[in-house]
Every structure is written in structure tokens, then in C-alpha cells.
Write a new protein. Structure first.
Length: 116
């Protein structure tokens, strides 16, 4: 759970919600061919279920200045990787801040694969 204190009380949001929100936002960006498993548990879960989940390739943690989001993606061959990464950072930051009100401190995008 990620917890934020406000003058009106505490707000708690689960890691699964954040991972699904971030995964969906990143997958919608142009040039993203898919998400890549970032941990062994995500890889094992994918093997057992044989289906993609929205939290695949997403890790969210709460730091001192706000949320820190790590994304592991595959990009489409022939597109500008720098432009894709900037687009993902902007879209994910905006989506999370609008949906939850939590400040996003940093979005780290790791390009792990390239697909045709």
C-alpha cells in the first residue's frame, strides 16, 4: 500500500492499482510493442497464466519526494527511442497525478527489447 497523509485524513492505494494504471498508460503510447517482465515473480506468473497482465514490467515505490516508477518495455523497430521514452514519461506522470493526486518524482524507462 502507498499511503499519503492529507489534512482531511490518510489515503491508501494498493500497489496493484498503481501497476495497472501505469501499465495501461505506458502500453497506449506510440512505439511501445509491449511490456517486459521486470522481476522473476512476474515472469513466473506469466508462464503459469499464459496471459499478459497490466502490471507486467512495472514497479512502483514511494520515495521521499513522491512516487518512483520503473518501466521495462519493448519498442517497435525503427522508431525514435528518445521520443518514445519522453512520451511515456509525460503520459505516465500525467495519468498517475490526475488519477490519484500523488506526486510523481521520477519515471525510469528501461528499453529491454526491440520487436518488428
Amino acid at each position: 500500500m502507498i499511503k499519503m497523509e492529507t489534512p482531511l485524513g490518510a489515503v491508501e492505494i494498493s500497489h496493484d492499482y498503481f501497476a495497472n494504471l501505469v501499465g495501461h498508460a505506458a502500453s497506449e503510447c506510440f512505439g511501445v510493442a509491449g511490456m517486459i517482465e521486470s522481476t522473476a515473480s512476474q515472469g513466473l506468473r506469466y508462464i503459469l497464466r499464459k496471459e499478459d497482465t497490466q502490471d507486467k514490467g512495472v514497479k512502483v515505490r514511494y520515495g521521499a519526494n513522491g512516487l518512483v516508477i520503473d518501466l521495462h518495455i519493448a519498442v517497435t523497430y525503427g522508431v525514435n527511442i528518445s521520443a518514445i521514452v519522453k512520451s511515456i514519461v509525460n503520459k505516465v506522470s500525467y495519468t498517475v497525478e490526475e488519477a490519484t493526486g500523488f506526486q510523481v518524482a521520477k519515471v525510469n524507462v528501461f528499453v529491454d527489447d526491440m520487436k518488428q
